[in-house]
Design a protein around this ligand. Sequence first.
Ligand SMILES: *Cc1c(COP(=O)(O)O)cnc(C)c1O
Length: 418
Amino acid sequence: MTPPDLDGLRALDARDPLASKRAEFLIPGGVIYLDGNSLGVLPARVPERMERVVREEWGQDLIRSWNTHGWIDLPARVGARIARLIGADADEVIAADSTSVNLFKVLSAALHVAAKGDPRRRVIVAEEDNFPTDLYIAQGLAALLGEARAELRLVAPHRVADAVGDDTAVLMLTQVDYRTGERHDLPAVTRRAHERGALAVWDLAHSAGAFPVDLNGAGADFAVGCGYKYLNGGPGAPAFLYVARRHHADAPNVLSGWMGHASPFEFTSRYTGASGIGQYATGTPSILSLSALDAALEVFEDVEMRLVREKSLSLTRTFIELTRPLCARHGFRLATPEDDARRGSQVSLAHPHGYEIMQALIAAGVVGDFRAPNLLRFGFTPLYTSHEDVWHAVQTLDTVMREGRWQDARYAERNAVT
Ligand SMILES: *Cc1c(COP(=O)(O)O)cnc(C)c1O
């Protein structure tokens, strides 16, 4: 296949049904941003919303805003916006806390449900190369519950479904691998977990907002995900949590704070969880960051996720085609599946000098990131990235390599955040 040329890519952009969305983001000048899988670009409506929330709702209306501006319902309202993107009903998702904390809540709930059905089911099966926080949270929970009630079993990638046995309570998976961008078939894996009597907990950190997810169609049990990646909610934005409605009655929230109580303002001494998704709230919601996320999600309101997926695949395919000659010329190796169905919305290239090359590339205006030990990671966000951007990014990468710019000593100094 001949690599795409610039005219052809411009023609694709000219008939892109999502092209107008780019104007809804404040993309810094001179930057091609391919890191929306780590921190999404600032949506134009967020600063306006923040100004209003800070000056009017907080500044003027103060405590009354919990009622008059509906602050108290914001976790549920933001959850409902996210629900549409992940194939859940509006009352099965809330926005709250961080992905890590939410994972603790849903894993605990899932272990509880599984043990009630069959006390022998106490194992959490997970991939050994899952994102570390997911593994750390599972380790912490297993240590807390003790061996009789929980055990984390780490297995090699792709062996997870086979590792589910009679003692498995939960299969915990991240749908898209943060290093390679490889995507699990969520419905198929969920089905296999269920056939073997286990529950499925999904981390949608690199899925939500990147392509359509159909949690209810797949019969998934629990899910969590990030607000600051493809949902563009801002640094440290609240995360989300999904619990299938059939589990609401018997999957308690172990982080049983007052915001998950059936009637928090009765201030009773005994905890009684709310009946619906609200029971998975814990403490007072962070209204400023939830407001930013809420405004960011308005951008998705008229977006068909099917189109997002089509464009995402077109962008990643273009990047793969354009970088093919660079692999031969400069020693990159494609670490992401070429099969569309097995690819999320990112492409990773392996190179022994990956860190230095990424630093030099960022200095040249193309922002991706680096994941140890050797991956240059490029995220493609269809709402604000064009095919022409992809072309220029690859040209710049080629230039950085041809000129050996990455060999400059300053690019070898490691930052705290890579
Ligand atoms: C980004 C990411 C997280 C982040 O968790 P936080 O609690 O927001 O820090 C968790 N899991 C996966 C798979 C991720 O990619």
